[in-house]
Ligand binder design. Structure first.
Ligand code: GLC
Length: 685
């Protein structure tokens, strides 16, 4: 049973128990939700509670039918929050964001789309604040002052959508109401809040054992090791490579005995291979997406040629979901779902066309135009958007071309698994997150933000993506710590760990061919041990705040202005975050910096942690400060009247000893801390 319980772990609390104040609502109005409809949208099943459709359209917007566009004039002071997984800052103003799930591995500022589509945003100015969810599974573009500084326009490929407009109340209340519409966020088991080590790929069981041993020897806490595609037999879903991972159940158990969970990857594409049970069953059951002529569509991903399961088809979803039992029954209790935008390396037809066209270039001298035509021809093979017009789904009995439901594919893959877990593991939470997503998927799993780079700018991007993801219901989220592509450096990884220690998903992941990032390999591995120990020491806080946010439809991580709504400066801060009710973080995200400027909206207590046990405290008045934060220090700003619970760190989340719980308080006379705890595994009613 899940329950918010303030009474479980009182030991060591120096703070007086009293009723906790709720966050102050600055506007104090009640949020009104109005639903409008344009065209005939396909139901995404994102919204659980649908109000009646209201005729007409929200008066703030102009509907331009022939341009398939909605237009809003923004107030000059308006800040736009939300849109979940996107590039750029917390305030989305000044760029064009396109919801079009993509296998995009360069998350630079110039990009318009990443792997996910999270069409909920909040426009907030002194005069007016409202939220809007644009519910459509197709491509939609949010031009937020990109074309014209004060104009927000939403452009549709197909002008069919439901719109939910939320007005009245504070920013926080609007988000809470929205979250109420879309349903409770996914809650993973408690071990998912431990630290995880990943790599594309650990090639053998022996290599995984060595990683575990490396961590144990260095005394660095660890709860999970991830298995990337090479654990499978030639990249076939729901198989294991018997040569490199012999006696897989025995190996899973061996790791579990050490308190380490193995988390295998599952890819969307199913290898075409006679005799492979998943392929044979999928074909026989008509569970794969079809070409117009009714044949199964062939694409290619890691294993070579694959068919894509039709996750939108109820039967196919049930069938694929049940396949997770292949691993569950071997003791696995966590998964990550990948390549589910879907990523398509090539299709047979297109590849053939390219080979034919390439002949035109053979033997010719290529000038600037023909050279780039040649390059373009070849590079357009991977993830060509045209592929999405080649195949069809069976959605509630209707044949629908993929491009008309594109942004739902990853959501429905994760839903397949999530629904299956409810059948296969009705009492225990299963850990899962996905790369592609749409709002609605937040009920079934978390997300990670995909193939970032070992760049300082991506550390900042990680910070800036978090509030938008929380607004859209994706509370369980995180980025590849240290960066996935390119070589990481020790200082970047350490600074990154100081941010990831506050994100629910804390996973170090990197790609083949890059410098190894396991924490015990670095020159100053004790610095990493201290940061990971701090994560474990803060787990009572992180878990309590996460769970309260999930159970109350609130945000775990917020921009400053959600709490300090009337503070004009706070509205501009986009590199500091509020994490739960007690603390603010202001991470250092620049190389060679031994501190940074921090804006304090109120007096706070700066705690500089060198380790979970070694820290100093300093009171800082409201305003601007240059705060020194050495490379081996993690700075936390405790809010006045608040409390930060800490526990003695342990090597595994399961080993945390709650009798060691203690609190750092800051003028907390009038407040107690509402600690949440449970067994970390049972499912709530
Ligand atoms: C994708 C994933 C990445 C993974 C790789 C191999 O690029 O985003 O995390 O390592 O596939 O499976």
């Amino acid at each position: 049973m899940l329950a918010v319980d303030g009474g479980d772990f009182g030991a060591g609390c120096a703070c007086k128990a009293a009723k906790k104040k709720r966050n102050i609502c600055l506007r104090g109005n009640i949020t009104m939700i109005t639903r409008y409809r344009i065209g005939e949208p396909i139901d995404t099943e994102a919204i659980l509670q649908k109000p009646e459709i209201h005729p007409g359209f929200d008066p703030a917007w102009t509907v331009i039918e022939n341009e398939k566009t909605l237009v809003l004039r923004m107030d000059p002071d308006a800040v736009v929050y939300g849109l979940g997984e996107t590039v750029r800052g917390i305030n989305k103003r000044g760029w064009l964001y396109t919801s079009d799930n993509k296998d995009e591995n360069y998350h630079d500022e110039g990009k318009h789309s990443l792997y996910a589509s999270h069409n909920f945003f909040l426009v907030s100015s002194k005069r007016d604040t409202f939220g809007m969810f644009v519910d459509t599974p197709v491509i939609v573009s949010f031009d937020i002052g990109f074309t014209k500084r004060d104009i927000f326009s939403i452009r549709f490929d197909y002008f069919d959508a439901d719109f939910y407009v939320l007005r009245g109340g504070s920013q926080k209340e609007i988000v809470r109401e929205f979250r109420g519409l879309i349903g409770r966020s996914y809650i993973p088991p408690k071990c998912a809040f431990g630290y995880g080590q990943s790599r594309y790929s650990y090639m053998t069981a022996e290599e995984v054992r060595n990683v575990a041993e490396g961590y144990n020897r260095a005394g660095i806490p660890l709860d999970m090791i991830y298995l990337d595609i090479d654990y499978m037999e030639r990249f076939k879903d729901f198989t294991t490579n018997e040569e490199t991972f012999p006696d897989f159940p025995g190996f899973v158990n061996e790791m579990k005995e050490q308190g380490i969970h193995l988390i295998p990857i599952i890819d969307a594409g199913v290898k075409i291979e006679d005799g492979y049970d998943i392929y044979e069953e999928g074909k026989a059951g008509n569970y794969f997406v079809k070409k117009e002529n009714g044949d199964d569509m062939t694409a290619a991903v890691w294993p070579g040629k694959v068919h894509l399961p039709d996750f939108l088809n109820d039967g196919a979803r049930e069938w694929f979901g049940n396949k997770y039992d292949f691993l569950l029954s071997k003791g696995i209790d966590g998964f990550w779902n990948d390549m589910n935008e879907p990523a398509i390396f090539y299709t047979e037809e297109y590849l053939k066309e390219v080979f034919e066209k390439i002949e035109d270039f053979r033997g010719k001298e290529l000038d600037v135009y023909s050279f780039f035509d040649f390059v373009g021809l070849v590079s357009a093979i991977e993830n060509n958007p045209e592929y999405f017009t080649y195949f069809y789904h069976n959605y509630h009995g209707n044949k629908i071309r993929h491009d008309k439901v594109h942004n739902l594919y990853g959501y429905f893959m994760t839903r397949a698994a999530g629904e299956a877990f409810r059948r296969l593991s009705p009492d225990k939470r299963i850990f899962m997150f996905s790369r592609a997503s749409y709002i609605g998927m937040h009920r079934y799993g978390g997300i990670w933000t995909g193939d970032n780079h070992s760049w300082w700018s991506h550390l900042l991007l990680n910070i800036q993506q978090l509030p938008g993801l929380n607004m859209c219901g994706f509370l369980y989220c995180g980025a590849d710590m240290g960066g996935y592509s390119d070589d990481c450096t020790e200082d970047l990884l350490l600074r990154w760990a100081q941010v990831s220690l506050f994100t629910p998903l804390m996973r170090n992941h990197s790609r083949k061919g890059t410098r190894r990032q396991e924490l015990y390999l670095w020159e100053n591995s004790q610095d990493f041990r201290h940061v990971i120990e701090l994560r474990y020491a803060l787990l009572p806080y992180i878990y309590s705040e996460f769970m309260k946010a999930a159970l109350r439809d609130e945000m775990y991580i917020e921009p400053l202005s959600f709490e300090y709504e009337e503070d004009a400066r706070a509205r501009e801060v986009d590199d500091q975050l509020l994490v739960g009710e007690s603390i603010m973080i202001a991470p250092v995200y620049k190389q060679n910096a031994s501190g940074r400027y921090v804006y304090l909206p109120e007096t706070m207590k700066l705690i500089r942690f060198r380790s979970a046990e070694d820290y100093d405290e300093e009171e800082l008045p409201a305003g601007d400060h240059y705060v020194s934060v050495k490379l081996n220090e993690t700075a936390v700003f405790l809010r006045r009247g608040h409390v930060l619970p800490l526990i003695a760190p342990a090597l595994r989340t399961a080993g945390l000893d709650h009798s060691t719980l203690h609190y750092i308080c800051y003028d907390a006379e009038a407040e107690s801390y509402e600690l949440y705890d449970d067994d970390g595994i049972s499912i709530s009613s």
